[in-house]
Design a protein around this ligand. Structure first.
Ligand SMILES: Cc1cc2nc3c(=O)[nH]c(=O)nc-3n(C[C@H](O)[C@H](O)[C@H](O)COP(=O)(O)O)c2cc1C
Length: 257
């Protein structure tokens, strides 16, 4: 089954947007297998990732209750993306040497495992686009890691990072703004962006999101996008406490800097 004509990869990447509203279409199992097969073709360091395909209606409903995103409710395919240092540690244990994952600090493996998990996820995002499907990443599994771990019986060392929701598009949102190339591409040495450059970008972003009605459409909240970002990144006593709990959980799960 083909959902759309194939397009050049560059055109496909240039027009990719996150899709949060999907048509209720069943997607055959072979597509899920194909997507994860191509995820595995991304460059690898230790292949420290596992994808859990969320098939059970009960689990999908519970995820929707926890995450609150309608994308979770409507997506045809939901993959729980996990960073899996447990399997890597088991393989290294089998080799019988004194290895880095048995130590209390392994910054390289910690950072690289997250890096390569993201590469695999992006392969799925691009592959889904090439099949005419849309997708969105939802980060709530990390925020509720202990609850999600219990729900999916994740052992210590397997960390729920995100949900990848995939389906047939039922919306066609505009491209969202990105930082201009001169801010992200530097030549030979680092160049710090000026406050003026950043302010200009933030103004462009706010204008775009207002025109798109982004916050209202996806969260139901009546607020400016900048205020939405500020609310999401606000530091207060509750957030400090949650972060302390999550940091402890991640350290116990082998993510040790
Ligand atoms: C690490 C990460 C976490 C994200 N988490 C969420 C999320 O929880 N909910 C959501 O609606 N979108 C989430 N997104 C999607 C971004 O909101 C989206 O990429 C961004 O708004 C830009 O829109 P675009 O992808 O359409 O260009 C996430 C993206 C990334 C990379």
């Amino acid at each position: 089954m083909v959902f759309a004509k194939s397009r050049s990869v560059i055109n496909l990447l240039r027009s990719r947007r996150s899709i949060r509203i999907f048509k209720p279409v069943e997607i055959p199992e072979e597509f899920v297998k194909l997507l994860v097969e191509v995820a595995e073709r991304a460059p690898v360091y230790m292949q420290a990732y596992t994808f859990i395909w969320v098939k059970s209606e009960e689990k999908r409903t519970k995820l929707y209750e926890i995450c609150g995103s309608s994308a979770v409710k409507n997506a045809s395919i939901i993959l729980l993306v996990c960073c899996d240092l447990k399997r890597v540690k088991k393989m290294l244990d089998m080799l019988g040497h004194r290895h880095v994952l048995s130590s209390d600090k392994h910054p390289v493996e910690t950072v690289m495992s997250i890096f390569e998990t993201a590469l695999a996820v992006e392969n799925i995002v691009i592959a889904a686009e090439s099949l005419g499907l849309g997708s969105v990443i939802i980060d709530c599994p990390l925020l509720y890691a202990p609850t999600i771990s219990e729900m999916f019986q994740l052992p210590r060392g397997v960390i729920p990072i995100a949900l990848l929701c995939i389906g047939v598009r039922n919306e066609s949102p505009p491209l969202r703004p990105r930082l201009p190339l001169e801010i992200v591409l530097h030549e030979d040495v680092y160049r710090e962006a000026s406050e003026e450059e950043l302010r200009t970008f933030l103004e462009k972003l706010e204008k775009h999101m207002e025109l798109e009605n982004y916050v209202k459409k996806y969260t139901g909240k009546d607020m400016k996008f900048i205020d939405y970002i500020k609310a999401k990144t606000q530091l207060n006593k509750d957030v400090e406490k949650e972060n302390e709990t999550l940091s402890r959980f991640l350290r116990e799960s082998f993510l040790k800097i």
